[in-house]
Design a protein around this ligand. Structure first.
Ligand code: PGA
Length: 259
């Protein structure tokens, strides 16, 4: 079962996850992080500024979950730009160590396999940060994605394009295609940390954590992984039937276990 940690707010979630990442980086300077975009992981990146203070991060490596296809990498909302702005620059990571799927139209048919090879060459992802879409997607694996899928091109749902329109001038500007790590790729990371905040995510969180394992809810793939931490605020946890148990288990968790 995924461990569910119900926190007071985004800041507490950010500190919890950032402390775990800092612990990993101290024990292995070459830690490989799986980086998510969107608004959800921002408190983690914010908290990392403090948690990683004084820690040598020059050898930390990173792999973004996804990228839009056909977007100029220099575009403000390309995930290359977002990761550079939110993660690489503020934390002082080495830009050459940070990978984002190549969304250029030219050569896109090989971009997925290339990305998989790079992840394998890095020794796999130690800790993968995940958000979840209102339709249950993780990465850009929309409902119906195979649990065995690898990095590949997907077509975004209209729902996702509407959800992401807030980052663009209009929904029409949101690309139709993306390239995303597959569910099978994500499941190979050694530790999955899924965060969600707000009532709008409550249904998706409940379906992913407690619902049937189904391709219709890509987030439910986390139930197949041996080490998952779901970090949610009260609102995002509001539809979990076993919330009381999760709180009880967290309150009684032996300190040596960490997350
Ligand atoms: P959000 O997106 O963090 O901006 O809510 C999550 C997602 O779509 O995976």
């Amino acid at each position: 079962m995924a461990e569910v940690v119900i926190v007071a707010d985004r800041d507490e979630a950010g500190r919890l996850v950032a402390n775990e990442i800092a612990r990993l980086v101290r024990s292995n300077p070459q830690t490989v992080l799986g980086l998510a975009t969107g608004s959800t992981p921002l408190p983690v990146y914010q908290a990392l500024r403090e948690s990683l203070e004084g820690v040598d991060v020059s050898h930390v490596r990173g792999f973004a979950l996804d990228e839009y296809v056909g977007i100029d990498p220099a575009h403000h909302e390309s995930y290359r730009s977002v990761i550079t702005r939110e993660v690489v620059e503020p934390l002082g990571l080495t830009p050459e160590n940070i990978n984002v799927p190549n969304g250029a139209v030219e050569g896109i048919e090989h971009a997925g396999a290339d990305y998989e090879e790079r992840i394998i060459a890095a020794g796999g992802i130690d800790l993968q940060i995940l958000g979840i879409g209102t339709d249950g997607h993780i990465g850009f694996n929309e409902p119906g994605s195979s649990f065995a899928s690898r990095t590949r091109v997907k077509t975004l749902t209209e729902q996702t394009r509407s959800d992401n329109a807030r980052f663009f001038d209009s929904k029409d500007e949101v690309p139709v295609h993306c390239i995303t790590q597959g569910l099978g790729t994500i499941l190979r990371a050694r530790h999955l940390v899924l965060l969600a905040f707000g009532e709008g995510k409550a249904d998706a969180v409940a379906a992913a954590v407690e619902g049937a394992v189904s391709a219709l809810v890509p987030g439910s793939a986390i139930q197949l992984h041996e080490h998952v931490t779901v970090v949610v605020d009260e609102a995002a946890a509001s539809k979990l039937s076993r919330a009381d148990y999760y709180k009880y288990a967290w309150a009684n968790k032996p300190a040596w276990q960490g997350i």
